[in-house]
Structure formats: C-alpha cells, structure tokens
Design a protein around this ligand. Structure first.
Ligand SMILES: [Zn+2]
Ligand SMILES: [Zn+2]
Length: 267
C-alpha cells in the first residue's frame, strides 16, 4: 500500500504528529507514505483568511527529511507539499518551492474566483453549473502554473461542501472542459490523484468514475492514490477499494514519487 496525500501538524488543520503517522503506516505494512502539508499561499491574497497560519516550509522540509532518513529501512517517506493554486500565488510558489528538494508536489484547487469553495456562500450565489464550471476552469488554469507539480489533487473537490440537492459533477455538463483538463494533464505528464476523502459527495472517492475512465481512454497512465488523511486513522483509507476499482478498468499501477520521479507500484 501507498498513500501520496496526507497531512500532519505542519498543516494548520491537523494536529497529527508525523512520527505517529509513519509508525502507523509501518504497522499497516505500507511501502510509501507521502506527507503533503498545506502550502496555502493563495490565502495570503485573501484578507479574510489572514487568521490561517502559513506553513513553516523550513521546519516542514527539515523535520520530515530527518524522519525520512530515520525510517528509511522500514518505509519510504515522501517529503511533500500541497499547493493551493491561485494565479496570484504563482510567483510565491515558484520562488519558495525552488529552495527545497521535495519528493512530491500536489497542485490543488481550494479557492475559486477568490472564494473558498468550502464555504456555503460560494454555492449560495451560483447555480450548480456556474459553481462547478468555475471550479473546473480553475483546475484547467492551475495546470499551466509555472512552478513544478507532480499530481493534480482531488478533482471534484467542489462537490464536498456543495449545497445542491444532487451534488454530483456530471461530465456531460462540462464535457469539453474536462477533456481539455485530462488531455493537458496527459500532455504535461501530471498524475491524476484518486482521493479517498469523499465526504459530502456521495462517492467512495474523487474524481468521479466518469473522469477516471475518460483519463484512461485518452491514454492517461499516471495515477496516484491519496487518502488526504489529517488524522492517523485515515491513512491509506479505502486503498483496497480504489485498487480493485482501478484494476477493474484496466490500470495495473499506481505511482509513488521520489525526487519528483514517478515510480510504478503494482496494484
Ligand atoms: Zn486539498
Ligand atoms: Zn490535502
């Protein structure tokens, strides 16, 4: 088992000790655990989120590298980061990520049109089509950022706090945009993340099966699996379920990343 997307107490929204996470992953028999704390640089451009502390990158990188070295005979620890994309934050990420040799970078959309799509207000003022289309446009824009990233985080995240009676993101409603996203990811060699934190979506994981199947049809091969665990008990949650599903549609591998290089792991 691998998990390429988890958060420890270096993220503002987790209190989990990274050592406990690694110990737990070892006890689960895992071969790879990436700890990918939030780098929410985009929030520095949104005054209402001033209260959210920014990650201490120096501490994050150095502490996790010490743990990576300490545990190297028992498990591979990926030292990672999850960037919250917003075009205004591009240069900040470009400058600061260049200082650290991370193993793995996830590029994610958490804010759309300068609003947090975890907030009810995002949905109140938009139709479902508008809310989801704006989200997908933000995902598409994020693919062209100029800092390096390896994987596109939790496509479909906009469903998680959506207030519509049917939260499902239907590909038919945004067909060309989704194809553009998937083709661009394949062209650029970016992995599609399967994220097992799907609370609020009615799904077992994100993205939708429609999107995963389409990625495969278009020739996509790079898949990562992430639980997005913020607590120790969710590490690698639903890995077997996701692995079975991926195999059933013809995937043979998921990928772990070391120094930004994808390494195939047989399903
Ligand atoms: Zn995220
Ligand atoms: Zn995350």
């Amino acid at each position: 088992m691998i998990d390429t997307h988890t958060h420890c107490n270096h993220s503002h929204d987790s209190t989990q000790d990274p050592r406990d996470m690694i110990e737990n992953a070892i006890s689960l028999g895992m071969e790879y655990l990436a700890i990918t704390d939030h780098y929410d640089g985009e929030l520095t451009f949104l005054p209402e989120f001033d209260y959210i502390p920014q990650i201490d990158l120096e501490r994050h990188f150095s502490e996790l590298n010490l743990l990576k070295e300490e545990y190297k005979d028992k498990i591979q620890v990926g030292v990672g980061i999850e960037c919250g994309y917003m075009k205004e934050a591009n240069d900040l990420y470009l400058k600061n990520l260049a200082k650290y040799d991370f193993d793995f970078t996830i590029n994610s959309i958490h804010t759309i049109e300068y609003e947090d799509c975890y907030m009810k207000s995002y949905f109140d003022k938009r139709t479902k089509f508008e809310a989801y289309n704006a989200y997908l446009k933000a995902v598409r824009e994020s693919l062209d950022c100029s800092y390096h990233y390896d994987s596109v985080g939790h496509i479909g995240y906009v469903m998680r706090k959506s207030t519509y009676s049917d939260p499902m993101l239907y590909s038919d409603d945004h067909k060309d945009l989704i194809d553009d996203i998937l083709k661009t990811m394949i062209y650029k060699g970016k992995a599609l993340e399967i994220n097992s934190q799907s609370k609020g979506t009615g799904l077992d994981f994100l993205p939708t099966k429609e999107i995963i199947v389409r990625y495969k049809q278009l020739g996509g091969q790079l898949i990562t699996f992430g639980s997005d665990a913020h607590t120790i008990n969710r590490i690698a949650e639903k890995y077997a379920l996701v692995a079975d599903y991926l195999k059933s549609i013809g995937f043979e591998y998921v990928f772990k990343y070391l120094s930004h290089k994808p390494v195939a792991v047989k399903l």
